[in-house]
Design a protein around this ligand. Structure first.
Ligand code: ADP
Ligand code: MG
Length: 250
């Protein structure tokens, strides 16, 4: 059973310090995610979602508590092992796409392959394969500025997939997209999930969250809900985009 756990957090706390001020962004979190799950993490702005993503993605370490990725305690990995884990096992998708502006779609997708040491010809083939997978084969030589938001996010998904990660971590991946493009990206995640990739979708859009088979809610850095359904009542209002307020509509 534990062999199937890709993520295990035990009593994880994250404290940010700036000068003499301490802010506890996550408090005593217990969360395990099995390989192949598709889980959404919801919560109002400031509830700790991105902090949790940074920990899960091995971009940061807990202040206290245990975090294991694929059965390995992340705090004990050396910088090289960490970089390798992030590059090969985890695919990141961010709200703001984070594409290199002067590189083509294909070159952007090749980037993690370059870091992994893949030779140029294979890189190119793999990048084109991934772009085809997300429906962007014909746009391979376009620059980000020549693509729509939805297309840019597809490039980011192709890049996240390049090294064949076990987990895709997406932080508000539809936050900058119109609802139609957002649904397209969500459909893509569901397709990847069917193919066996573990998907962790951070969102404050409850419509997206409810399409996942497991929903976890954070409130003030604490895990307040973990179940197959949405939490029973709206628990927060996100000033940025009003996602939590959309509940009544759905
Ligand atoms: P969310 O993604 O749910 O909006 P965050 O994880 O970004 O929430 O933030 C959780 C809390 O931690 C907020 O109060 C935020 O201001 C604070 N915070 C986030 N990142 C930092 C940081 N690097 N330094 C100090 N405080 C931070
Ligand atoms: Mg955030």
């Amino acid at each position: 059973m534990n062999d199937d756990l890709i993520i295990r957090m035990q009593d994880v706390t994250k404290v940010y310090k700036s000068g003499s001020v301490e802010l506890e962004a996550l408090s005593g979190l217990n969360l395990s995610i099995a390989a192949g799950e598709m889980i959404s993490i919801i919560g109002a702005s400031g509830s700790g979602k991105s902090t949790l993503m940074n920990l899960m993605g091995c971009l940061d370490v807990p202040s206290r508590g245990l975090y294991e990725f694929g059965g390995r305690e992340v705090a004990k990995l050396n910088p090289e092992e960490l970089a390798d884990l992030r590059n090969r096992s985890i695919g990141f998708v961010f709200q703001a796409f984070h594409l290199l502006p002067h590189a083509t779609a294909r070159e952007n997708v090749e980037m993690p392959l370059l870091f992994a040491g893949m030779p140029a010809k294979k890189r190119r083939e793999r990048a084109l394969e991934m772009l085809n997978k997300v429906g962007l084969g014909p746009r391979a030589e376009h620059l980000p500025t020549q693509l729509s938001g939805g297309e840019m996010q597809r490039v980011a998904v192709a890049r996240a997939l390049a090294n064949g990660p076990r987990v895709i971590l997406a932080d508000e991946p539809t936050g900058n997209l119109d609802s139609r493009s957002g649904k397209g990206i969500l459909a893509l995640f569901h397709q990847l999930h069917r193919e066996g990739v573990t998907i962790i979708l951070i969102t404050h859009d409850l419509q997206l969250a409810r399409t996942c088979s497991r929903i976890v809610e954070l409130r003030d850095g604490r895990l307040v809900h973990d179940g197959a359904d949405l939490p029973p009542a709206p628990t927060g209002v996100d000033e940025d985009e009003g996602g939590f307020g959309e509940r009544a509509a759905g």
